[in-house]
Design a protein around this ligand. Structure first.
Ligand code: ADP
Ligand code: MG
Length: 330
């Protein structure tokens, strides 16, 4: 049974970045105003997410690491966004605990003492009182120590960390009202202020040179060619600051941070010959459309979204970004 559980957990926790995504979402769900993500190496040695959110009392914390729902992994579609979410709600901490050595230290708002829970390979080894500030810290060490097959499948440290950085960057840009910090091997890579403006978050994440030259994109029906999108908004980099050697396009669909390949490709296409070889833009672009026009037949575990009419959506984004770049160039 343990083996089956571990395999199921492996389905949920694909790589270190999946752990970061789940923990970060939990911190945001707990109304944190500050979240710090600390990573050692590729994240299998150590991943720590600390927040100042509402925390858990002892009973909550014990409940949190239990398997609450059936382990059936199916998916549900969110009616408001049209985006598929996984049917394993209430499974993330349990799944992470099954494939690592995890320590949760937490204190509830208004609580007088904290709790520390340790889980190893799915077994709860101890629960004890702990002196800690309000909020929650989840420390995951030795990820996949008991799932050698999963470990073997991981890529080089740089690649795994890139996935983590991409996730933390996406959430930082999606939640500029929360201060989000990313540390790698003890070095701070970025820290957003949490003051709530997108430009400020872009400044923290990508630096002054890129941020100060970012161009506003703000197109809604009427300015857009015909197609499923009703709005295309955000910031795209000035062609001269496109130094990125890989793409740094963060996309939002109906307010959710997800990857929309057609949006990403359309942004890159809009730069045309203004983009030097092997250079990519920085972009933070949100699109809005009728949830029914989101294609839900995409692998549920991927944060990837497609549209029923991908061709026209692509054309709409290219048009919106092209227009913004032209206006900025005039
Ligand atoms: P889900 O988020 O789908 O409920 P999780 O396994 O991710 O499932 O978390 C289980 C529960 O643990 C959450 O519902 C929440 O009550 C609690 N929890 C997890 N992380 C935190 C956190 N950082 N702060 C406060 N509560 C948390
Ligand atoms: Mg969760």
């Amino acid at each position: 049974e343990r083996t089956i559980e571990r395999i199921a957990a492996g389905e949920v926790v694909e790589r270190p970045a999946s752990v970061v995504k789940e923990l970060l979402e939990n911190s945001l769900d707990a109304d944190a105003s500050r979240v710090t993500v600390a990573v050692e190496a590729d994240g299998t040695e150590l991943l720590r997410v600390s927040d100042d959110g509402h925390g858990m009392d002892e009973a909550d914390a014990k409940r949190a690491v239990k398997q609450h729902t059936t382990s059936k992994i199916d998916d549900i579609t969110d009616l408001e966004t049209g985006i598929r979410t996984l049917g394993f709600r209430g499974e993330a901490l349990h799944a992470i605990g099954a494939v690592s050595r995890t320590t949760i230290t937490t204190k509830a708002d208004g609580g007088t003492r904290g709790t520390e829970i340790h889980i190893e390979g799915g077994e709860r080894t101890h629960v004890e009182p702990a002196g800690c500030p309000h909020g929650t810290t989840v420390e995951v060490t030795d990820l996949f120590y008991n799932v050698p097959a999963r470990r073997k499948y991981l890529k080089q440290e740089r690649t795994e960390f890139d996935h983590i950085q991409r996730i933390v960057t996406g959430y930082a840009l999606a939640n500029p009202e929360v201060s989000i910090t990313l540390e790698h091997d003890g070095r701070e890579l970025f820290s957003t202020s949490g003051r709530g403006d997108l430009r400020g978050a872009v400044l923290a994440v990508y630096g002054r040179e890129v941020a100060s030259a970012m161009i506003d994109v703000e197109h809604s029906t009427g300015d857009l060619p015909e197609g499923p999108l009703t709005a295309v908004e955000g910031l795209v980099s000035h062609p001269e600051t496109n130094r990125a050697s890989r793409d740094y396009c963060t996309t939002f669909v109906n307010g959710r941070y997800v990857t929309a390949r057609s949006v990403r490709e359309a942004i890159i296409e809009a730069y045309g010959s203004q983009l030097a070889a092997d250079r990519y833009p920085f972009a933070v672009v949100a699109v809005t459309l009728d949830p029914e026009a989101v294609d839900v037949n995409v692998h549920p575990r991927k944060l990837e979204v497609r549209f029923v009419d991908d061709t026209r959506a692509h054309a709409q984004v290219t048009n919106a970004v092209e227009t913004a770049l032209q206006e900025a160039g005039e």
